[in-house]
Ligand binder design. Structure first.
Ligand code: B12
Length: 808
């Protein structure tokens, strides 16, 4: 690239599309390009050579899908990968290319984090042994999978690690992470360079590169497609030619990118055009010059959101998932009752918590296993970042590895043992660190003493590469009832940590009021004063904490009320605070409670709410139509608007599934319900020919189809449910073999209604006399007519009426 004076420097060229190149070289449709490392090595080497001749200084070996979860071809992975690395060696640096597994990780999908990590680690071990020069993780759409791949690269080799993600047009990953969210994670994992690939053409990438340049301290990678793919005469065509590609790539470089290449549809001509670009590149793409304008920031993240801490912000870290002094939570942990923890999580976020502390320190518990699963469960229902709170290094390590995003780590202190345990682990897995101002001697009585410990922690942390912005210091507070100066010293420490050391601060405020009446007022006053002194975050109960300064409470905290006498005299008669009111279950019931539980993804609550509705006399259809369907609709709309993401959709669907299971078991089995669904007292049918029902190929939505099945069965029809994502051939074959009288098809997406049409076409071609009936959110009467379906049903009840007409 050219710097401000026009000298070319620092720009590195990657290669371009590989899959599209080998397809052009004759790779048969449906054949895995990875196989060609063994079966057609000359063609693979030729693509790499063409890119090196076009100017690529780094080429990605043909290993994108060579992981054990994705590759199911005939060749052993070690041969495939080693051969790919040696075929790529033709004058440029060779990157081991790691693409996604193709599966979603838990809790959004079925894949265990460890299984993903191990699949990537195996690739890295083989690739490093075969001589790869770096590891290039690419096309990632989920922060957990991204983290698994980057950690696999870091922990199984000494190679540099590059990582790129695939954004959609709104600048988000498939599972919802923003540009800043990805940056927070990758900065904290310490990758060497990162950016974007695939998904978008170069023009669409520009605003996202501009955003990344504001937060990234690393070289920025761009590897756009040659535009968005279009389907022309049944073939996928990329429309951006090499000159246009070079022109728009120049703008990306201006915006800060310094490692550039291409993805799908790009060719050596595109890379050569970028190299020879006659378009002016004006900006400076060095990370140093990009970042001098912004201070390092203290950030934490989850899979979808980033929180930045700053002085005087006073954001609340929810303290309720900590069993200290909480009998019910302790018991819930020991019983393995996750529903309790989830309710606490949701309640705290609703009350305004921006980060949630997760602590599982119960005697006699397997803390490492409990912490890991609790963090995962909490992250499956709330989108805020978590604070991992443990004194057990083994538990810390496991939770750090598997947590989604960059957590806050609670905590390190000035003891040698603590720093030796915490620093290397956080360095390995990423995180911001809470530093407690205490050491072997305890908590110093003066602010000066506490600052000295903070400085020592910073110095020791610097040896591991941590800087000030990686820390949040806890000034600590003791009870004013035991030491009148306790709050004064704490507030001074907060102020000096903020002003002199320039660090962010955190404080568990409620200790200060221990042993005194009307604790909430004292806690609020401490929070208000600490915020003014500079406090960035308070660890508190978000339902209770307020920025409110009662003058009498201020007197207590600032040691102006001797022995707290006036406070005690005024407040002693008052009842203890209503802390427990916040944890009482909410009063909602009926469809509202069911809807809320589904939207929150609270599975046990959803099942309980469905049962409660049935118990109080609601019909099965009421539960479905007033509770389940509207809640799913809300989540679906939020998903469409981009305010909810796939994990939330999945959690809601699971909760709806659990509620529906209750309806199936209790609702439809209950004769009272049958009558209420069958107001005209029509007979319950027993048909001679079965109904075959399925969700069509490519579509995994089955909640609606399951409802249709349950209702048909409830009315006495014999239903053969083939499940979801079912091929037309399978449906036709099973309908024929069972002599089905009807075939019911469900499709929920515009992209899968075509499979519905194809199934009907095949059923007719096979000469079946079964009547077809179709449904699903996107299907209409007009569409049903247009594909030759015999009937359309807008809901499950209508499908019963149709079946009655045909078979009854
Ligand atoms: C739950 C859900 C999911 C769950 C599905 C879980 C499951 N086991 O079913 C999960 C999270 C897995 C999911 C995944 C995806 N989803 Co989704 N999902 C939904 C959601 C929120 C609700 C669907 C639902 O269950 N509704 C409740 C049921 C009861 O209603 P229903 O299906 O319409 O059924 C009724 C009638 O239509 C009729 N009926 C249904 N089937 C049949 C069949 C017959 C024979 C008859 C007679 C009648 C009939 O009777 C039923 C009962 O009254 C919708 C949004 C929405 N409002 O529809 C999006 C939605 C359908 N999903 C969508 C998308 C895009 C996806 C994903 C591609 C997301 C992604 N980016 O990965 C994937 C698709 C994966 C795939 N290949 O299929 C889009 C589809 C957009 C479109 N127009 O094409 C929607 C509309 C969301 C949106 N607004 O963007 N999804």
């Amino acid at each position: 690239m050219r710097d401000k004076e026009g000298a070319v420097s620092e720009l590195k060229f990657l290669d371009g599309g590989f899959g599209t190149m080998v397809q052009a070289a004759g790779l048969p449709p449906g054949k895995d390009p990875t196989d060609w490392n063994i079966e057609n090595p000359d063609a693979v080497a030729a693509v790499h050579r063409a890119y090196v001749e076009a100017g690529s200084g780094i080429v990605l070996a043909n290993t994108f899908g060579a992981n054990r979860l994705k590759y199911h071809g005939p060749h052993p992975l070690d041969r495939l990968i080693s051969s790919a690395i040696s075929l790529a060696r033709c004058g440029a640096l060779v990157a081991l290319d790691i693409g996604p597994t193709g599966k979603l990780l838990k809790p959004a999908g079925d894949l265990d984090f460890d299984a993903a990590y191990e699949a990537f680690a195996e690739m890295v071990r083989i690739g490093a042994a075969a001589g790869a020069d770096l590891v290039f993780v690419e096309t990632m759409g989920d922060t957990r999978e991204l983290k698994a791949a980057v950690l696999a690269a870091k922990l199984n080799s000494n190679l540099p690690v590059f990582a790129t993600v695939a954004l959609d047009e709104s600048g988000k990953l498939l599972t919802g992470a923003s540009v800043e969210c990805v940056a927070t994670l990758l900065e904290s994992l310490g990758v060497d360079a990162y950016g974007f690939n695939c998904g978008l053409g170069p023009d669409k990438m520009l605003p996202f590169v501009e955003r990344l340049a504001k937060v990234s301290t690393k070289p920025i990678i761009v590897k756009p497609n040659a535009g968005m793919p279009k389907l022309v005469d049944g073939r996928t065509v990329f429309t951006v030619g090499s000159d246009e590609f070079a022109e728009t790539t120049a703008k990306l470089v201006d915006a800060g990118a310094s490692i550039v290449g291409g993805c799908c549809g790009t060719t050596p001509a595109h890379i050569a055009a970028v190299r020879d670009s006659r378009f002016a590149i004006r900006g400076s793409c060095s990370p140093a010059s990009r970042t001098t304008n912004h201070e390092p920031r203290t950030t934490v993240s989850s899979g979808t959101s980033v929180i930045e801490l700053s002085p005087h912000q006073g954001l609340v870290i929810g303290e309720r998932i900590n069993p200290t002094g909480k009998k019910l939570l302790k018991e819930a942990y020991l019983r393995g009752d996750t529903a309790y923890v989830l309710r606490e999580a949701v309640k705290q976020v609703d009350a305004g918590a921006e980060i949630l502390d997760v602590n599982c320190g119960v005697p006699g518990i397997d803390e490492a296993a409990t912490l890991e699963s609790t963090v995962e469960t909490v992250q499956s229902v709330v989108t805020c970042p978590v604070q991992i709170d443990t004194a057990d290094p083994g538990a810390l390590e496991r939770a750090l590895m598997r947590v989604n995003g960059k957590p806050l780590v609670n905590s390190v202190n000035g003891k040698r043992e603590s720093m030796d345990a915490v620093f290397p682990r956080v360095k390995r897995y990423g995180g911001a660190i809470v530093g407690l101002c205490l050491d072997e001697e305890g908590i110093p009585a003066t602010a000066e003493g506490r600052l000295a410990i903070a400085r020592r922690i910073l110095d020791e942390g610097a040896k591991y590469g941590f800087c000030k912005s990686d820390f949040v210091f806890d000034a600590l507070t003791l009870a004013v009832s035991a030491d009148a100066q306790a709050a004064v010293v704490t507030l001074e420490t907060v102020r000096r940590l903020t002003e002199e050391l320039g660090v962010n601060t955190v404080l568990g405020v409620s200790n200060v009021s221990f042993g005194l009446p009307n604790r909430p007022a004292l806690n609020n006053a401490m929070y208000a004063l600490a915020k003014r002194a500079g406090l960035s975050a308070a660890i508190a109960n978000p339902s209770l904490i307020r920025d409110e300064l009662d003058p009498a409470a201020e007197d207590v905290l600032l040691a102006r009320d001797r022995n707290c006498e006036r406070w005690i005299a005024k407040n002693a008669a008052q009842a203890p605070c209503a802390a427990s009111a916040a944890s009482a279950p909410s009063g909602a019931s009926g469809p509202e409670a069911l809807g809320a539980a589904i939207r929150r993804g609270l599975r046990d609550d959803a099942a309980a709410a469905a049962k409660a509705m049935l118990d109080s006399g609601a019909s099965a259809m009421d539960v479905i139509e007033k509770g389940i369907v509207p809640a799913l609709e809300l989540v679906g709309n939020a998903f469409e608007k981009g305010t909810a993401f796939l994990p939330q959709l999945l959690m809601a669907a699971d909760a709806a599934g659990d509620a529906f299971a209750v309806v199936r078991k209790l609702g439809f089995a209950n004769s009272r319900i049958k009558q209420s669904n069958n107001p005209n007292n029509q007979t319950i049918h027993k048909s001679s020919r079965p109904i075959v029902i399925a969700t069509v190929k490519g579509d995994i939505h089955d909640i609606g189809k399951n409802i249709v099945r349950a209702l048909l069965e409830n009315y006495g029809f014999d239903v053969i449910d083939l499940g979801r994502d079912v091929a037309p051939e399978t449906i036709v074959e099973r309908a024929r073999a069972s002599n089905a009288g009807m075939i019911g098809l469900s499709a929920l997406m515009t992209t899968t209604v075509g499979a519905m049409a194809e199934t009907i076409r095949q059923a007719k071609a096979a000469g079946l006399d079964a009547k077809t009936f179709v449904g699903g959110a996107v299907v209409t009467q007009e569409y049903a007519d247009s594909i030759g379906a015999d009937f359309y049903a807008k809901d499950a009840m209508q499908s019963v009426r149709i079946a009655e007409r045909v078979l009854g």
